[in-house]
Write a protein that binds this ligand. Structure first.
Ligand code: GAP
Length: 452
């Protein structure tokens, strides 16, 4: 347990120190469960999103992209079931005033100093909790200057509904026919009762969701297809296979809209937890929007002359949660030549910086050559120039930032126009001609395989 807590502490501290993730509004003491992505974090997150977009939209003929607004008509959330059902049971500890989800007090600790070290479950047994009350997780705000019920709008708790209400707009504009999908990346907001575990559960987060519209009767086939596709995506991201598993939702776990659901789970230091949900949502969503909007949302198949409400297979991943997973999975410590090193074994495709460029010493023309290489490579991928301190320390700074390659200009470079390329994971060093550097690194990045 102490080791596990230590790993999270080390990662949180590395994220702050190296500029991956900062607490939000830190100079004011922070804002519970809100985080800001720093220079390396924003690149990592963008790379994760680009990798998803490429896999789900750009390399496919049957999926279109969308960027819907965060604020939607309030009726959307009545139709979706969120106004009535998007609730968690909440209890307060009468002693310490801490708030818990009534269904998640087992592992939680009571916050009162009097009960220090006691599981909240024990306080619950002794009647120190209030009765459970249902709490709706949607954030509310008002449209326009008057703050009354008529102007109430919600911050979307998922991006999916923006896709459903646009299905026929997208279908007509893109001339798609069923089966086809719509993908979207965007912010979602949930007033979680117990956020925590760094960026794992926050109140503001980004989702990467894809809704695939199919003919009823073909839904389970597509469901299996998308399970396999999404699982393979995490392999490509360099996440270790042994750390991933599917979890099938039993009848008591199934959401009100789902006929079948699997989670892709990752073994976090705090247990196996959901990374992505894959759901067979049947015709629930379009039926409800048809009922609430009064618009006909039937699909007419010209070829078969059939009319039906499409079924939806959803793949719903958390972007921040994927970034956290990539960081946890990449975090490693080893010893090189008797010296401890912290290394992030990030897959090159998502690494914020692809290569560090270093002159061995700050003289004999080496910085000039290294700078030239730096500017030339910058046109191909993000690189970082560093001429400060011993070469070993510069390598380690890049290892900690997850940079897969280190390029060193040394005495031999001035003789034969070659440099050494050091690989972060294997520590293999190869001599490469300066004019072959970009293709050499690109080839290495394309062939990257994460060690299990
Ligand atoms: N449209 C379906 C849907 O939203 P979900 O299982 O509630 O399904 C999908 O959410 C994904 O969004 C989760 O698997 C998780 O990765 C991410 N997610 C959900 N709530 C989150 C939170 N409070 N903080 C960070 N990520 C969250």
């Amino acid at each position: 347990m102490a080791e596990i807590a230590k790993l999270m502490d080390k990662l949180v501290s590395l994220c702050k120190r190296r500029g991956f993730i900062f607490p939000s509004s830190e100079i004011y003491g922070g804002l519970n469960s809100c985080y800001d992505y720093g220079p390396l974090g924003v690149e990592l997150k963008r790379n994760v999103k680009d990798y998803w977009w490429k896999a789900m939209v750009q390399t496919r003929d049957d999926i279109e992209g969308l960027d819907a607004s965060i604020l939607m008509h309030p009726r959307v959330w009545e139709a979706s079931g969120h106004v009535a059902n998007f609730t968690d049971p909440m209890v307060d500890c009468k002693e310490c005033k801490a708030r818990f989800r009534a269904d998640q007090i087992e592992g939680a600790m009571c916050g009162s100093p009097t009960y220090k070290g006691r599981k909240a479950g024990k306080c619950a047994d002794e009647g120190k909790f209030t009765d459970a009350r249902l709490f709706n997780l949607m954030f509310k705000t008002f449209m326009g200057p008057v703050e009354d019920a008529a102007n109430l709008v919600y911050m979307r708790p998922e991006t999916a509904q923006g896709i459903y209400v646009n299905v026929y707009n997208v279908m007509q504009a893109s001339r798609q026919r069923i089966p086809f999908g719509i993908a979207q990346i965007g912010k979602a907001f949930r007033n979680e009762i117990t956020p925590g575990n760094f960026t794992f559960r926050t109140r503001e987060f980004e989702q990467m969701e894809m809704q695939f519209f199919v003919k009823p009767g073909t839904d389970m086939e597509w469901f299996e297809y998308w399970k396999a596709q999404r699982s393979a995506w995490y392999d490509g991201l360099g996440i270790r296979k042994a750390k991933l598993q599917f979890h099938q939702h039993g009848p008591t776990e199934l959401a009100h809209y789902a006929a079948a659901a699997f989670d892709i789970e990752y073994e976090f230091p705090f247990g196996w937890k959901e990374l992505e949900g894959i759901h067979n949502r049947t015709d629930f969503d379009l039926k409800r929007h048809m009922e609430y909007s009064g618009k006909d949302l039937n699909y007419f198949d010209d070829a078969t002359r059939e009319r039906y409400i499409p079924y939806i297979i959803e793949t719903s991943a958390g972007c921040d949660r994927t970034v956290l997973t990539a960081l946890i999975d990449a975090y490693d410590e080893d010893v090189i030549e008797g010296e401890a090193r912290t290394v992030l074994r990030l897959a090159p495709v998502i690494a914020p910086i692809k290569a560090g460029v270093f002159p061995l010493v700050k003289k004999e023309g080496m910085p000039e050559v290294a700078e030239k290489i730096f500017h030339a490579l910058k046109r191909h991928f993000p690189v970082f120039y560093d001429d400060g301190g011993a070469i070993g320390r510069r390598y380690r700074r890049m290892d900690e930032a997850g940079t897969p390659f280190g390029i060193t200009v040394d005495g031999q470079t001035l003789q034969d126009q070659t440099v050494t390329v050091r690989e972060r994971d294997s520590l293999v060093q190869t001599r490469v001609a300066i004019d072959k550097l970009a293709p050499f690194i690109q080839e290495k990045m394309a062939g990257y395989k994460r060690r299990e």
